[in-house]
Design a protein around this ligand. Structure first.
Ligand SMILES: Nc1ncnc2c1ncn2[C@@H]1O[C@H](COP(=O)(O)OP(=O)(O)OP(=O)(O)O)[C@@H](O)[C@H]1O
Length: 281
């Protein structure tokens, strides 16, 4: 999809919020839209999603199915969660029984099962946000647009967001995410677009950025938590191996360039965790 020289303002004589934005995103790519409050991130996402039409310029090659998660889900609608989501699944083109299956699966996954019969206006803000997330992914979108997706969500659902993004990318979808709080550390490999003064600039990652492999020994009982934390911090886990011997603990553990892993030791009870970069998570 490409935004070609996109200009947008909300009122005829109002200030331009976007000025000549030119950018493209391809299948399997994720871009994070950064910038201070009020700079135009939501506006850009809505243009990408097709919710707003540019005043000048155009959007070309937008995928057929777009999932849009607005910053604030409009919960003032007279439906129950199940009724609303089933309707959205039907709008997305699913048949009756596929729509029912998708609603059951996603409400289970997002912890919404007990709210299926609750009316949207009666939901808490965070629960309503989850409904907003569910409606966008009931049918895998070719473009998923997430406006500040971490806002208002509980910890379990926040952890789920990168997973959902990965699933869309794995199916060759593209993902746009806005973020004014730097949560994007959870999305390794994401492109970074910054909006300022109506213009968009892309941060180019340096090609020769050095990569290192760090070996970490943790008690076996804490492997799962450590792996989860490292992933949440954007590190990639190469492998986890049980270690038979108590690790020799060097005063200053060596750091090796990627590809030069230390030989495995034998004996002991700890587990070895090797976070690194360079492969898909
Ligand atoms: N419906 C609207 N009518 C008029 N002006 C609007 C409208 N929506 C947004 N704006 C204005 O457009 C500018 C960009 O707003 P936008 O919501 O895109 O910013 P943002 O970067 O997403 O902000 P935040 O980080 O606070 O979510 C702001 O000056 C805002 O006041």
């Amino acid at each position: 999809m490409r935004l070609e020289n996109v200009w947008l303002r909300y009122h005829r004589r109002g200030p331009w919020v976007l000025r000549g934005v030119d950018v493209r995103i391809g299948p399997g790519e994720v871009a994070v839209v950064l910038g201070r409050n009020g700079v135009g991130k939501s506006t850009l996402l809505q243009v990408a999603a097709g919710v707003l039409r540019p005043g000048r310029g155009r959007v070309s090659d937008r995928p057929g199915r777009v999932g849009w998660v607005p910053e604030r889900f409009p919960a003032d609608q007279p439906f129950t969660v199940a009724r609303y989501l089933t309707g959205m699944a039907r709008v997305a083109g699913l048949g009756r029984s596929a729509a029912d299956d998708a609603v059951t699966a996603w409400t289970d996954r997002l912890g919404l099962a007990r709210f299926r019969a609750v009316r949207l206006p009666e939901l808490s803000k965070g629960t309503a946000q989850k409904v907003g997330l569910a409606q966008a992914i009931l049918r895998p979108p070719g473009l998923l647009v997430l406006d500040e997706p971490w806002e208002g969500l509980d910890a379990a659902t926040r952890e789920l967001v990168p997973e959902l993004i990965d699933e869309v990318l794995a199916a060759d979808g593209a993902v746009l995410v806005s973020d004014h709080r730097g949560e994007t550390v959870r999305l390794p490999g994401a492109r970074r677009w910054t909006v300022a003064d109506g213009a968009l600039t892309e941060e180019t990652p340096s090609a020769d950025e050095a990569v290192a492999v760090v070996e970490v020994a943790v008690p076996a009982s804490r492997v799962a938590g450590t792996v989860a934390r490292l992933r949440a911090d954007g590190h990639q886990i190469l492998r986890v191996r049980p270690d038979a011997a108590p690790p020799a603990r060097p005063a200053a553990p060596p750091i090796r360039p990627a590809g030069e892993l230390a030989p495995e030791r034998s004996g002991g009870t700890d587990a070895m965790v090797e976070p690194a970069t360079g492969e898909a998570r």
